[in-house]
Ligand binder design. Structure first.
Ligand SMILES: [Zn+2]
Length: 281
């Protein structure tokens, strides 16, 4: 498969076709059966005909510990979307992300576009009826303080932004570990879920880590081939065996017990899932 070969200086990302062995849109569409819970309720247009007045983020989010529950059939989640996206959600009953344009892809950069394609592969594996779209992001477990801060930033950057509280059917939601996702964004291997030192799942013994982490890290670094210009070859150009090991390490993104913040990806947001909408100021 030519996408795996080192192509000298031509290390630019050319899209998921080069490396995604299991991403098959035809197969994804056959999963669509059973998506009946996705239809908006007939009364959706009446459920919030007038949005409440904008409030500060700290008022929009209930005080105290947020009752997140990753095991629920309908998972409590929060997200902030911009005003126009909120209008689309309200007027059509659902919201999907725009397809990636060339300009947006250029702004994101090769590494992020490749990481997003990897996440789309995970969505294909875990979301019922997934049709290949780009993810919309939600928080499924975070602190109130971080959520308020995120909402404040978004309201400042994009006036008219809207905080949405959702209950998302578990079959429509891919939950992942927020920090491990950053290994994917960085194109770096993720630390094993089973501790290399003692074999314990989610070992958090710092002394145990001290004994193996540097060696593990160096062993990985030594295997990554250099590009012609001496920089590290991006992962989508790695040899297949090393890429397979990398993907195996990234499976840690599905382990939600190790660390606190948990993000969610959905292919769409349905008005039927909305618990509360709070325009932000
Ligand atoms: Zn250990």
């Amino acid at each position: 498969m030519s996408g795996f070969e080192s192509r000298g200086a031509q290390t630019g990302y050319r899209g998921a076709r080069a490396w995604l062995p299991q991403h098959d849109p035809a197969a994804a569409s056959t999963l669509a059966a059973g998506g009946a819970d996705c239809d908006p309720p007939e009364d959706w247009a009446d459920r919030s005909p007038v949005w409440p007045d904008p409030v500060a983020a700290a008022q929009a989010i209930p005080a105290g510990r947020l009752p997140f529950n990753l095991n629920a059939d309908a998972v409590l989640s929060y997200t902030v979307i911009n005003g126009p996206a909120g209008q689309v959600l309200q007027s059509t009953g659902s919201l999907r992300p725009e397809p990636l344009t060339d300009q947006h892809a250029q702004e994101l950069g090769d590494a992020f576009v490749a990481a997003y394609d990897w996440m789309r592969w995970q969505m294909h594996r875990h979301i019922l009826g997934y049709t290949g779209g780009f993810p919309l992001w939600v928080w499924a477990r975070t602190t109130r303080r971080d959520l308020v801060s995120t909402a404040q930033d978004m309201a400042r950057e994009s006036p008219g932004s809207v905080l949405i509280c959702l209950r998302i059917p578990r079959t429509q939601l891919l939950l992942t570990d927020y920090f491990t996702w950053h290994d994917v964004l960085n194109g770096s291997p993720a630390v094993p879920v089973d501790c290399v030192g003692c074999g314990t799942r989610h070992c958090d013994d710092a002394e145990c880590w001290d004994r193996w982490f540097d060696g593990w890290f160096d062993e990985w670094g030594a295997q990554i081939p250099p590009a012609d210009d001496g920089a590290r070859l991006p992962w989508w150009c790695w040899p297949p065996d090393l890429q397979t090991r990398l993907f195996a390490s990234w499976e840690a993104v599905h382990s939600l017990r190790r660390r606190f913040p948990v993000q969610g990806c959905v292919e769409r947001i349905e008005y039927a899932w909305v618990q509360a909408i709070r325009p932000l100021r």
